[in-house]
Design a protein around this ligand. Structure first.
Ligand SMILES: [Cu+2]
Length: 171
């Protein structure tokens, strides 16, 4: 009985902490989210990358930039929903290429800016379809959405990461 009581108190504090984090993250405009990309487990690669997302002042667009380091034969990149076990689930928007919704192979090694642009509500797909772009930003901020980069040799994803809500910086 005592054990249960202590456990629920611990859980309660955790929920409070989580609520505080969510509250401080909500309603802030001009925030920038940085997602550091890492190799997908069991994928052998020396590639790396970083994706940044910034909400526009009017709230109608997310400006993003996807930078890669030594990635070979890159084909596409998306924001995916974070599924069970932290793996990429449904595509929420394409980031490379932003328009076209078809892979675009870059043969050989690419380092530098792979893609930069604005995500608007029109770009959203899957469970985000028809929703305001702000919801995608919040999903990214809360680690419910992440970034995957696909290559010819790793079509299921070579790089992948999602934000855990602790490193977002105010502009
Ligand atoms: Cu993808």
């Amino acid at each position: 009985m005592r054990k249960t009581g202590r456990l629920s108190l611990g859980l309660f504090s955790a929920v409070l902490l989580l609520a505080a984090g969510v509250a401080s993250a909500a309603g802030m405009h001009g925030d920038k989210i940085t997602v550091k990309l890492a190799p997908v487990p069991n994928v052998k690669t020396s590639a790396g990358g970083t994706a940044t997302f910034e909400m526009s002042k009017d709230g109608n667009a997310i400006h993003y930039k996807l930078t890669v380091d030594k990635i070979e034969n890159v084909t596409m990149a998306h924001v995916h929903e974070v599924g069970d076990n932290g793996t990429p689930s449904a595509i929420l928007t394409w980031v490379y290429p932003l328009k076209g919704e078809a892979p675009s192979l870059r043969p050989g090694k690419t380092s530098g800016t792979l893609a930069e642009g604005d995500i608007t509500a029109d770009n959203l797909s899957g469970p985000m379809k028809g929703k305001p772009v702000k919801e995608l930003f919040e999903a990214l901020e809360h680690g419910k959405a992440g970034v995957a980069v696909h290559t010819k040799q790793n079509p299921g994803g070579e790089l992948w990461a999602f934000h855990k809500g602790m490193t977002h910086k105010k502009k």
